[in-house]
Write a protein that binds this ligand. Sequence first.
Ligand SMILES: CC(=O)[C@@H](O)[C@H](O)COP(=O)(O)O
Length: 255
Amino acid sequence: MDDKLIIGGHEFDSRFILGSGKFSLEIINAVVKMGGAEMITLALRRANEGGEENILDYIPENISLIPNTSGARNAEEAVRIARIAREMNCGDFVKVEVIRDSKYLFPDNHETVKATEILAKEGFVVLPYMYPDLNVARDLVNAGASAVMPLAAPIGSNKGLATRDFIKILVDEIDLPIIVDAGIGRPSQACEAMEMGVDAIMCNTAVATSRDVSLMARAFKLAIESGRAAYLAGMGRVLAGKAEASSPLTGFLED
Ligand SMILES: CC(=O)[C@@H](O)[C@H](O)COP(=O)(O)O
C-alpha cells in the first residue's frame, strides 16, 4: 500500500522519528535500524561532541538528519542555531525548539511561531515543537511550518498522551502533518495516537530508558504501523446500552 508521509515535499515510508539525545553513539545505529526510522533528530551541539567522535559517523547513510534548535531560549537563538546547522551541511530541515522553562521544558509557543516564520521564509523545512493549542497551530501554518509537533506530555516523562483531546483537535483542524513529540512512554500510546489520525510519532526517552533498546525500537515501529493501519481501516462502531450477537445464528429466539 502506498502510504507515504510527506513533509515539505520529502517522502518517507516510516512514521517513526527517533530523537538521538539520550543514546550513546555505540547503539544508535542498531536502534535506528530496528526501529525502521528514516528521520533522526540531532541537537547541533551533538554533531561534534568536542572529541574525536562525530555522531554523524554512527548514523546510517539513508537517514534524514533533522537538526533541532535545542538550547534556544527565544526565536533569535533558534534562528541562529538553524542557520549554523545549514552552514554545517545538515540540510534544510530544522526542528524548532524554543524552551525557557527549565522545570517542565514546555515550548514557548509565541517565540516558536516567530522563529518558524523567519526560517520558513529562508527556505527551511520547519518542524516546530509546540504545546497543542489550535490558535498557535493555525499561526504556525500561516508562518510556513511544514508540520506541527505537539507534545503528548513533558519531555522525558514517559507519561503518554496527557494532551490527547487537544492533539485530536489539531488532527481534525490542521491541514499539515501532525507529529506527536515528547512524553510518549509506551508503544501502545504511540499506537493510540496513530489510531487517532496523527501522522507520525517522535520519541527518544521511552526507547532509551528501556532494558533492550533495539527491541523497544522494534516494538515502537510495529505499534506505529499498527495504529496507522487501524486509522486507515476505520474503526468498527461502538454500540451503547446493549449487546449484539457476533453471528446471527447465535442470536436468541424471540419469546
Ligand atoms: C522536544 C524534545 O526534546 C523531544 O523531541 C525529545 O527529543 C523527545 O521526547 P521524549 O524524550 O519524551 O520522547
